[in-house]
Design a protein around this ligand. Structure first.
Ligand code: LRH
Ligand code: MN
Ligand code: MN
Length: 431
């Protein structure tokens, strides 16, 4: 695997932190041992964690109002892969890349797959895009895509999704994520039931094109860009559609796609219970689909989501394996730094949730010991597992402190010299 960041520099950075890390690791190990937990087991578990990075997150995202260009933003999918490889090299927790088409459409898929391979990366779920028009496109998605009244528009949207499957297949992916912004801005604009019927008809054609070992993930979102009525607005609709379509269709939970205060961990529990939890888009939010860095606003919620995942994986065994992806937009930070920190935050929640003694919790719940049940979760959440995460990275060849190592490497300055700024353009290349 090509190391984009000099491995010697990473080793030097780690050497500076080695004594402190070792001391912290031993202290934490002693504390955990008194709780009956083996730090080595937790470190080995941390090393199994992997979350895919969104290709679209490598550039500065922008908001509805403006986009302020970042330095050295990737100009094409190959440069996006280089940035993703830096993230994985330093965190050792992000070997997958989730591409978005047509933003990242390669002219030669096998060339792109080879590039990923040489950088130690694989392709995770592919994302289709029928929420905006592309240059030269025949039909417009102004009035919807998979649910549009026009048969021609629907045919174009279906064909695009099938093309995504073909591209994904050539890239070694095994899942398609479908998010549509279809819906209405006015009462009366659409027949609410008719829109969903058309969605299902369209999705049936896409489903029929899935290879045997593929899944299609249905991603719901409460609102935006349709503000009155979104066709796939909630997990209930997503679940109903996934059930209608068949076993290869599952639901994808983007943490930012719910009303504020929604109990997302309960949605996770429900979908897992009925075998329809396909995957996640991790991010954080204060108001809506903010796409803020994972764990930056509500880390306890992230922990509670993983607490449900730990419960589900205990019940479901190795067959329970939802896809983990980040889906974030970085406007005021370096995207590489945000994605590295976010991957570590999700990994943190994963490890913390593994520290919950599930038999003890069940006992407390059975005895209606409400206070101690809550305290048991809190104790895991309050435990700073940073030394475990750092040790897991160092042992796997990553950086004890990924952001510090990244800054010391001067990577951003180097690429800024090679990649001229695209003022005003979005990360996807579409203004
Ligand atoms: C929609 C969404 C979806 C898209 C991505 C760019 O809000 O979360 O996953 O594909 O943003
Ligand atoms: Mn998403
Ligand atoms: Mn979103």
């Amino acid at each position: 695997m090509t190391n984009i960041i000099d491995a010697g520099l990473v080793a030097d950075q780690n050497a500076k932190l080695e004594a402190g890390l070792q001391a912290d690791y031993e202290a934490l190990g002693g504390m955990l041992a008194r709780r009956g937990l083996d730090i080595e087991e937790l470190t080995a578990l941390a090393q199994t964690f992997d979350v895919a990075v969104p290709s679209w997150g490598a550039g500065t995202g922008g908001t509805r109002f403006a986009r302020f260009a970042g330095r050295g933003e990737p100009r094409n999918v190959f440069e996006k892969l280089e940035d993703c490889s830096v993230i994985n090299q330093l965190t050792r927790a992000t070997s997958g890349v989730s591409p978005h088409f047509p933003w990242d459409k390669p002219s030669d898929a096998s060339e792109l797959r080879q590039a990923a391979d040489s950088l130690g990366l694989v392709f995770d779920a592919v994302n289709s895009n029928t929420f905006q028009d592309q240059l030269g496109q025949e039909q417009t998605y102004k009035f919807g895509s998979l649910t549009a009244q026009s048969k021609e528009v629907r045919a174009q949207a279906i064909a695009h999704n099938i093309e995504c499957i073909e591209l994904g297949r050539a890239l070694g992916s095994n899942a398609l994520t479908v998010w549509v912004g279809d819906g209405a801005n006015f009462p009366g604009q659409n027949n609410l039931r008719g829109s969903l019927e058309r969605y299902l008809d369209s999705m049936r054609e896409i489903y029929a094109a899935l290879p045997d070992d593929w899944n299609v993930f249905i991603e719901h979102k409460l609102f935006e860009p349709a503000f009155y009525a979104t066709v796939i607005a909630d997990w209930g609709t997503s679940f109903a559609c996934a059930t209608e379509l068949g076993p290869k269709a599952k639901c994808l939970v983007d943490l930012g796609h719910h009303a504020p205060n929604t109990n997302i961990e309960m949605i996770v529990a429900r979908l897992a219970q009925f075998g329809k939890l396909g995957g996640f888009h991790f991010n954080d939010s204060k108001y809506g689909d903010d796409d803020l860095d994972s764990g930056s606003i509500n880390p306890f919620q992230l922990f509670l989501v993983f607490n449900e995942l730990a419960d589900a994986s205990l019940r479901g065994g190795s067959s329970f394996k939802p896809a983990y992806m980040l889906d974030q937009s970085h406007n005021v930070t370096d995207p590489i730094e945000s994605l590295m920190s976010s991957a570590v935050e999700v990994q943190r929640a994963f490890v913390q949730s593994a520290m919950v003694d599930r038999a003890e919790l069940a006992g407390l719940q059975g005895a209606n010991d409400v206070l101690n049940s809550a305290q048991l979760l809190k104790r895991a959440f309050r435990t700073d597992v940073s030394p475990i995460l750092a040790m897991a990275r160092v042992r796997a060849g990553g950086a004890a402190d990924p952001v510090a190592a990244y800054r010391a490497s001067g990577y951003r300055d180097r690429v800024a010299g090679l990649r001229p700024a695209k003022a005003g353009a979005s990360s996807s290349g579409i203004v």
